[in-house]
Write a protein that binds this ligand. Structure first.
Ligand code: ATR
Length: 272
């Protein structure tokens, strides 16, 4: 029987993870089975334990279970700890280990695939929720001049800054953004999922070289449209991040990191 993995989330019918991991396995000549499980709001933990009990070796976790997966694990990485969320689990020696590859996947997409290293750059991150928690440590480790978090609810941004207490991390109200220049702007709010635009003042994107939308497959979201209209040269959505986080999980489980370029090309939906 081949080694078994699965993604669990709710809803799960649109997941690309089985396709991505299937392509990775093929390219790396590895024998594995990767399924998709519709998670139950009551009983998610039992489903994970059952999958492990049936011989499963690892799982990817997607909304809304990342926090519960983190809490279920006995051990975790530093980035999963800060995110308080797991997007990947590994079952070993009877224990459950939690990881969070969302942030590192985003960083790799920006730096390697899009060719925009964060080193010495000024980075604006919109949002202060789970997605931002996952991205902050990898971002700060990349040596930017500054990472600025803007969020409507300032209490959330303050809590995050106090928790990290990093000299290069600053928070800002949306209204205070004009006059501050950024090289890279990342929309990590959930606004695009409902077709909304974060309250970005006019001119906030004026000097940006790259506008990155975490959401995937939504085309030109209001944020990307605004960036385009303000003259930002490079627009990207989260397809590269999706594939890169999967490659990190694959490497963690299988000990070999697959090539991502062809898989990203295959999944890319033109922005317009
Ligand atoms: P996720 O796991 O996707 O990060 P989350 O933890 O629920 O989701 O966080 C959602 C984030 O999107 C929050 O930072 C939220 O801002 P507030 O804390 O101020 O509510 C942000 N968000 C959602 N809709 C938004 C909108 N229309 N404009 C700006 N920010 C928005």
């Amino acid at each position: 029987m081949s080694d078994r993995y699965a993604v669990i989330g709710r809803p799960i019918n649109h997941t690309k993870s089985p396709l991505i991991h299937g392509l990775f396995a093929q390219a790396c000549g590895q024998q594995l089975e990767y399924g998709a499980i519709e998670g139950a709001l009551e009983g998610f933990e039992a489903q994970v334990l059952a999958f492990r009990g049936e011989g499963g070796l690892g799982m990817n976790i997607t909304a809304p279970f990342k926090l519960r997966a983190f809490e279920l694990a006995e051990r975790c990485s530093e980035r999963a700890q800060l995110a308080r969320a797991a997007n990947a689990l590994k079952f070993e020696n009877g224990g459950i280990v939690a990881e969070n590859f969302d942030g590192i996947g985003l960083l790799r997409d920006i730096e390697v695939n899009l060719g925009e290293p964060l080193h010495a750059r000024r980075v604006l991150v919109l949002g202060a929720g789970g997605a931002v928690r996952g991205a902050l440590l990898p971002f700060l480790h990349a040596g930017p001049a500054e990472v600025v978090i803007a969020n409507r609810d300032m209490a959330k941004a303050v809590a995050l800054r106090n928790e990290l207490n990093h000299p290069r991390l600053r928070i800002s109200r949306y209204e205070e953004l004009p006059g501050q220049a950024f090289d890279i702007v990342v929309n990590a709010t959930s606004a695009s999922l409902v077709g909304e635009l974060p309250p970005l003042p006019a001119g906030a994107l004026a000097e940006a070289r790259l506008a990155y939308e975490l959401a995937y497959g939504k085309g030109l979201t209001p944020f990307l449209r605004l960036a385009r209209d303000q003259g930002v040269a490079r627009l990207a959505d989260g397809v590269g991040m999706l594939v890169e986080q999967a490659a990190e999980a694959f490497a963690w489980w299988r000990g070999v990191r697959p090539e991502t370029g062809a898989v990203i090309d295959r999944l890319t939906i033109p922005l317009e």
